[in-house]
Design a protein around this ligand. Structure first.
Ligand SMILES: Nc1ncnc2c1ncn2[C@@H]1O[C@H](COP(=O)(O)OP(=O)(O)OP(=O)(O)O)[C@@H](O)[C@H]1O
Ligand SMILES: [Mg+2]
Length: 261
């Protein structure tokens, strides 16, 4: 089965830890599902927080056995919410990061598994990536048509972005397809001068690539995963819910912030 032109496969990636990758995957994914899109999330981080954030067990088989043993995605896929399915990391995903055999083929296992699955007929596949640039990240990159890089509102978050861009370029060369880049401002404390400064820099370095809606720091976003709830299950009226709902529209409409800000 070929991946249809229609499905948007988006890796949520940043080698920097704690910038909001998983929070964005889970809440953007649920927002898109609420807006009527058919969505799947794949957890490519051995920490396995996507399934638990949705109240599901991560101890069952997941993308780990797909990548390690050639199991199909459809046998390990779980139903999470209306319009929303999840492929958990599974307890053995870390083994894949250290796999030595398989040559260059190892980098393309996720792409092939998605192409051979029902996910290729969905509207969106969101891939949550680990904070590293190993084999898991390579698989996510080769499988994706787009990349969302969350950038948190502190100075250190600007570091490492140029390396990310190099990896992106190299992946485009190897895979032979364009990978559309988006950035999203996360964990924004709008009253802080530093936050505004970081957003300004990101807009300057990546004109027309920064999604319109900044995600504000919101304690409800940090609380909800421990209840196995997304922000829409937990606090529908919070700023976090408002921001991620708006971000979903940005993604649907490819709406970006004006680089002139
Ligand atoms: N907008 C926000 N407001 C408040 N807390 C947030 C926000 N975004 C993320 N957090 C919290 O910050 C922490 C890191 O977020 P998250 O786990 O999404 O980052 P990550 O990039 O996936 O981290 P890792 O690199 O470890 O995978 C979590 O405790 C999360 O709940
Ligand atoms: Mg994470």
């Amino acid at each position: 089965m070929m991946t249809s032109e229609h499905v948007r496969i988006i890796a949520i990636m940043n080698q920097k830890g704690g910038v909001g990758k998983t929070t964005t995957t889970v809440n953007l994914g649920h927002a898109l599902a609420i807006q009527g899109k058919q969505v799947a999330m794949i957890d490519m981080d051995p920490q396995g927080q996507v399934a638990t954030s949705l109240g599901l067990d991560n101890q069952q088989l997941g993308i780990d056995v797909v990548l390690l043993e050639g199991e199909t995605i459809d046998t390990v896929k779980l139903h999470a919410r209306d319009n929303l399915d999840v492929v958990p990391a599974g307890p053995r995903l870390n083994e894949f990061e250290h796999l030595n055999e398989g040559g260059v083929e190892r980098g393309h296992r996720l792409r092939k598994a998605i192409e051979a699955s029902s996910l290729s007929a969905y509207d969106f596949v969101l891939i949550d990536c680990p904070p590293s640039s190993g084999l898991l990240g390579v698989n996510a990159m080769f499988a994706s048509s787009e990349l969302i890089v969350p950038v948190s509102g502190d100075y250190l978050s600007l570091q490492g972005l140029s390396r990310m861009m190099q990896i992106l370029k190299r992946s485009e060369e190897i895979s032979g397809h364009r990978i559309r880049l988006w950035l999203v401002s996360t964990r924004m404390q709008l009253r802080r001068k530093l936050t505004a400064e970081v957003r300004k820099r990101v807009l300057k370095y990546f004109p027309s690539r920064v999604l319109f809606t900044p995600i504000r720091e919101n304690v409800a976003l940090a609380e909800c995963p421990s209840f196995g709830k997304t922000i829409f299950d937990y606090r529908k009226k919070s700023s976090g819910a408002e921001d991620y709902f708006s971000l979903a529209s940005d993604v649907l409409e490819r709406r970006v912030a004006d680089g002139q800000e």
